[in-house]
Ligand binder design. Structure first.
Ligand code: GLN
Length: 307
């Protein structure tokens, strides 16, 4: 049948084996670099998959838009904007940087902003477990099933989380966050270690694509105005310092993670997910970028393209 055949074909065509799996998190360096998958889900829940669509991996930075969504849901846009901006940074995801006047992190898709969004979740006295429970609930609701945590990846990342601890300490020193930096980093690291398949990511993408309604369960997980804000920030900041290139060539909002996933959304139409662990210099999956570029061209998915 045409859609599965098409997906099989683009997996064969996305070819080359350039790039390498992330190695700053020891467990990620052990990933099978040949794993490859693509899934597309319509906003009414028809899912098409090809390749290793049921292979599980840690979600990593693709958790960031969902945690930003949760902070917006719980506290409203104005409150969140006081603490995290919406400007593309043009810097690497783990850059130790804040806006010079306000001390806000530039956006919630880089680690400084994602740690801040993580710390915003929940009630003032909440610890890392309480914040994580809320985040886990939302991500599971978007996937339409109960997600697990990859404890091995979580422990492995904590062992070498020097840079995220440095960022969290900087945020604490400027009172951008008011919790213990270690507590925030450990909750954030757990959020990044939530285990997903490419099918899950496509369902999570389709939930964003349908204005916050999970296509299979029918649950309105997020309000449309929160989703609009999240997709806007994904559009400008989701692919780190390759965001401008991505916008002009691929042209739909997306978020990548260092384990090799990419989640993309064509609002009102489809959720897309790709997986391949080898990364380019920006930390985006090389084959994933190629797959998304190809799908965008073949199916006319660039949102700036007049019909
Ligand atoms: N957990 C990773 C980190 O904070 C996520 C980074 C990513 O996926 N780009 O370094």
């Amino acid at each position: 049948s045409p859609v599965p055949d098409y997906l099989d074909e683009i997996l064969r065509a996305c070819g080359d084996d350039d790039g390498a799996p992330a190695d700053y998190i020891p467990q990620l360096a052990a990933a099978d670099p040949e794993r490859l998958a693509v899934c597309v889900s319509t906003v009414d829940g028809h899912l098409y998959a090809s390749g290793d669509a049921d292979a599980a991996y840690s979600i990593q930075s693709i958790s960031k838009p969902f945690v930003y969504a949760l902070a917006l849901l719980e506290h409203g846009l104005d409150h969140v904007l006081e603490r995290v901006g919406v400007e593309p940074s043009g810097e690497a995801f783990d850059e130790l940087s804040l806006e010079s006047d306000s001390r806000r992190p530039l956006n919630p898709m880089i680690n400084a902003g994602a740690l801040t969004a993580h710390a915003l979740v929940g009630e003032p006295g909440d610890d890392a477990d309480a914040r994580f429970a809320r985040i886990h609930r939302l991500m599971s609701d978007c996937a339409g099933r109960e997600l697990d945590v990859d404890e091995g990846v979580c422990a492995s990342e904590m062992e070498t989380a020097y840079r995220n601890l440095a960022i969290a300490n900087l945020l604490r020193s400027y009172d951008v966050i008011n919790q213990e930096p270690l507590d925030v980093v450990s909750g954030y690291t757990r959020q990044c270690a939530v285990s997903v398949t490419t099918r899950d990511l496509a369902m999570m993408a389709a939930t964003l694509g349908s204005g916050g309604r999970q296509p299979m369960t029918g649950k309105q997980v997020l309000p449309p105005e929160v989703v609009r804000q999240v997709l806007s920030v994904m559009m400008t900041c989701g692919m780190y310092n390759a965001a401008g290139d991505w916008m002009s060539t691929v042209g739909f909002p997306a978020k990548s993670g260092v384990s090799g996933g990419i989640l993309g959304v064509l609002p009102g139409q489809v959720g897309i997910a790709t997986f391949s662990p080898r990364l380019d210099a920006h930390g985006n999956s090389t084959r994933g970028v190629r797959l998304c570029t190809r799908m965008s061209a073949d199916m006319g998915m660039h949102i700036m393209q007049a019909p």
